[in-house]
Ligand binder design. Structure first.
Ligand code: DQA
Length: 151
């Protein structure tokens, strides 16, 4: 029987994204993490999705949240911050729970230092949105909604 209750999706933001708004505004813009959350939540609501979110500067906390999502969320949107370029463990966690996952980067990492060009997360992501500013989070919610609708 089809469920009428809204489905949950999980938005994870990794290290230093709590500093959005003041952190290197020439790269990341002036919007704050709260602005991101309002945008993502409003977009989710338009698709009858309920967005839960977590920002953490700690790799293990993000991994625990990914594991917990297996029982509580239909999909994950993640901006892993610098862990993108270092964390096999986050990639393994995402592969382990096998939920549809959208990877987001505010900046165009490919225009930046070469160490930002490799992502451990991309091979386990359903889609990757890079360089669209915070609008990337809106696009990520739209894409996840599309994936979930297709079932
Ligand atoms: C980022 C890009 C990463 O290289 C960086 O370490 C971040 C933010 C982005 O959103 O553009 O913290 O993920």
């Amino acid at each position: 029987m089809a469920s009428t209750s809204p489905r949950n999706i999980l938005l994870l933001n990794g290290p230093n994204l709590n500093l959005l708004g003041t952190r290197e505004p020439e790269i990341y813009g002036a919007a704050t993490l709260d602005d991101v959350l309002v945008l993502a939540r409003d977009t989710a609501a338009k698709h009858q999705l309920q967005l839960q979110d977590l920002q953490s500067n700690h790799e293990g906390v993000l991994i625990d949240a990914i594991h917990a999502a297996a029982g509580t969320a239909a999909g994950i949107i993640i901006n892993p911050g610098a862990f993108t370029h270092t964390s096999v463990a986050i990639a393994d966690a995402l592969a382990g729970v096998a939920l549809p996952t959208i990877e987001v980067h505010i900046s165009n990492v490919h225009k930046r230092e070469s160490f930002r060009h490799h992502s451990y997360v991309s091979p386990v992501a359903s889609a990757i949105i890079i360089g669209a500013g915070i609008n990337g989070y809106r696009l990520a919610v739209e894409q996840l909604a599309e994936i979930l609708q297709q079932g």
